[in-house]
Design a protein around this ligand. Structure first.
Ligand SMILES: Cc1ncc(COP(=O)(O)O)c(C=O)c1O
Length: 390
């Protein structure tokens, strides 16, 4: 027997990068020494004190039962104290924090909750493709906000057509930005809050790379600006700050109505995360932050080695201000897919073509700085030599 899937499944965007993953695997299987910088999976382990907190909590039978719906109050309090300590933002743990199964889940949930057919969600272009999934599920329309180098990869709200703005309900943003590595300052977030309030938009600021800023730059939180909580939420994942991508833990913070709606939807899908994972997350957020400082220093050394080597070989590119990605213009205006193919075939380096992040990603490739400095230096040398032969 076969069953047709609901139309909402057919609407899901195609996984652009699946093809790249298959090609890399085939090349590795054929014996090539591929340096794979195409993905965004942190390569370093979770700090030991967090793993230890999981071990201790996993041994406690109290954590083997269903946890409370909407998560442990202790984790919500930990999230609130983290925001107060890191950003000076006060949150009511019960009303303004929702525990999520990773940031990705929360991003899809918000679209499911708020979008109807005919509504529009504004998304960054280029941007993280998972914003598109919830919008497609809801049957809503998406409008890409071009992120251009000349604007520091910030959107220009003035360019949004009037008829799009009338139907727009959600505004997704992400700084430090995947894939461009660009950062936003508080002045941009102030403009965003004012714009959102003027047009009745709900802002979803994806702060996945909040901890990763370079040269002493500390990426600000959207919630730091006055009025942000009245028009939005921020989604903070532990995946990148604490190398916990496999643990699936994040939280949303901000407008109490949105937090209540997320909890309501989650009551129907789940009970809550394994309580031992939540206790480990409490340790991550409230314990020593020394490992985070070391991690950022490691990424900065990698960035400097990679970008420095490219530039020394005459490749024109800029260093990212945050995230663990470098966003490289393709040489001579070559298409992003053609350059990515060329790098894989001739240099054994895998990168993500910018077109996979939206039409304004064309002309760039994204490099994940997720291997050690020696390999990154070698990758930069191979990329630059390949580009020089064109
Ligand atoms: C911009 C951005 N947002 C969200 C996520 C999702 O993070 P997670 O689902 O692991 O919390 C990622 C992961 O790569 C990301 O790059």
């Amino acid at each position: 027997m076969t069953w047709t899937m609901a139309a909402r499944m057919e609407r899901l965007p195609k996984q652009f990068f699946a093809n790249l993953v298959a090609r890399v695997s085939a090349r590795v299987a054929a014996g090539h020494d591929v340096i794979n910088l195409g993905q965004g999976n942190p390569d370093l382990p979770t700090p030991a004190h967090i793993v230890e907190a999981l071990r201790v909590a996993a041994l406690d039978p109290a954590n083997h039962r269903y946890g409370p719906f909407s998560g442990l109050p202790d984790l919500k309090r930990a999230a609130a104290s983290f925001y107060e300590r890191e950003y000076g933002v006060k949150l009511d743990p019960e009303r303004e924090v929702a525990i999520l199964f990773g940031g990705k889940t929360g991003l899809v949930e918000v679209s499911t909750i708020y979008l109807e057919r005919g509504d529009v969600a504004l998304v960054p272009d280029p941007g993280y493709p998972d914003y598109w999934s919830g919008i497609a599920f809801a049957g809503a329309d998406m409008f890409g906000l071009p992120l251009r180098a000349e604007n520091g990869f910030l959107p220009n709200y003035e360019e949004i057509p009037e008829d799009v703005l009338r139907r727009a309900k959600l505004l997704f943003l992400n700084y430090p930005n995947n894939p461009t590595g660009a950062a936003a300052d508080l002045a941009f977030f102030e403009r965003t809050a004012a714009f959102a309030q003027r047009h009745g938009l709900l802002v979803i600021h994806d702060f996945a790379y909040g901890a990763i800023g370079y040269d002493g730059f500390r990426p600000p939180s959207f919630l730091q600006v006055p009025g942000a909580k009245a028009c939005g939420i921020e989604i903070y994942t532990l995946s990148k700050t604490y190398n916990m991508a496999g643990w699936r833990v994040a939280f949303a913070a901000g407008h109490p109505d949105v937090i209540r709606a997320i909890n309501l939807l989650q009551d129907h899908y789940y009970v809550s995360l394994f309580p031992a994972v939540q206790w480990a997350a409490v340790e991550a957020l409230t314990g020593s932050q020394e490992a985070v400082r070391r991690l950022v220093a490691t990424y900065q050394r990698r960035r400097d080695a990679f970008i420095g080597t490219l530039q020394a070989h005459g490749y024109r590119c800029e260093a990212p201000r945050g995230t663990f990605f470098a966003w490289l213009p393709t040489p001579g205006g070559m298409s992003s897919a053609a350059f990515a193919d060329l790098l894989l075939d001739q240099a054994d380096v895998a990168v993500a073509p910018g077109i996979g992040f939206g039409q304004h990603g064309e002309g760039y490739v994204r490099v994940g700085l997720l291997t050690d400095e020696a390999r990154l230096t070698e990758a930069a040398r191979r990329i630059a030599e390949c580009a020089a032969r064109l």
